[in-house]
Write a protein that binds this ligand. Structure first.
Ligand code: DX5
Ligand code: ZN
Length: 215
């Protein structure tokens, strides 16, 4: 069970200290948005390169961008521990996943709430993680979509059939009242933005989520 706090909910004017605040987490989730694939703009490779110099935990980069085939390998080359691209945006997901791995990062693909997983099951040999979105990508602080739990189960079953160690990540609206059903459905990496940075004690929020995921 791993916790990946999303810095999208943190104070962008103090990213170094916001990263230091999540030193007890497993990853720092970095939401890259290009205002094309999603209707929001956040940060890109230059900021990720700066974060890599100061982060106490590896970066889990979630690319909500068009043309990830072109951009995703650069995040791996920069030193991100994990790079996730959206299948809806990738022209050649196999080549993109291979390029991410060749650059030394874990590769992952994401599916939006309206995207079926089944057509992408054949990508499992190419990746280390599958991200099932539990909100429409683009913004933090949205309501958790419990109707995505069957998809989490479906991915977990496919991963089990496939064998090997592939993680199943959920992202969006994951909080104390929703994390248990995600774990029960088979998720093992939990992204949480507002449920971590929105709390008075960030370390306590991480510890509480971890305990709930393990229940
Ligand atoms: C949404 C992002 C999420 C977001 C989660 O598009 O991918 O990572 O930061 O934020 P919360 O946990 O607040 O829903
Ligand atoms: Zn994300």
């Amino acid at each position: 069970m791993q916790i990946s706090p999303s810095i999208l909910a943190s104070d962008f004017a103090n990213l170094q200290s916001e990263l230091e605040a999540i030193a007890t987490a497993d990853w720092a989730h970095v939401d890259v948005m290009d205002n094309h694939f999603v209707p929001n703009l956040t940060l890109g490779l230059p900021v990720v390169e700066a974060l890599l110099k100061v982060s106490p935990v590896p970066l889990d980069c979630h690319l909500m961008i068009d043309d990830p085939d072109r951009w995703a390998p650069g995040y791996a080359e920069a030193g991100a521990g994990s790079v996730t691209f959206h299948v809806e945006a990738a022209a050649d997901p196999v080549a993109t996943a291979r390029a991410i791995r060749a650059a030394g990062a874990r590769a992952a693909f994401a599916v939006k709430p309206g995207t079926d997983f089944a057509p992408y099951e054949e990508l499992l040999p190419e990746v280390d993680m599958v991200l099932v979105m539990t909100v429409e990508p683009g913004f933090g602080g949205q309501s958790f979509m419990a109707d995505q739990m069957p998809k989490v189960r479906q991915v977990r079953e496919a991963v089990r059939r496939h064998g090997g160690e592939i993680w199943v990540q959920v992202d969006g609206g994951v909080a104390a009242d929703t994390i248990e059903q995600c774990a029960e459905a088979g998720a093992d990496v939990f992204v949480a933005g507002s449920a971590v940075y929105g709390k008075d004690s960030v370390p306590d929020a991480i510890a509480d989520l971890r305990a709930l995921a393990l229940r």
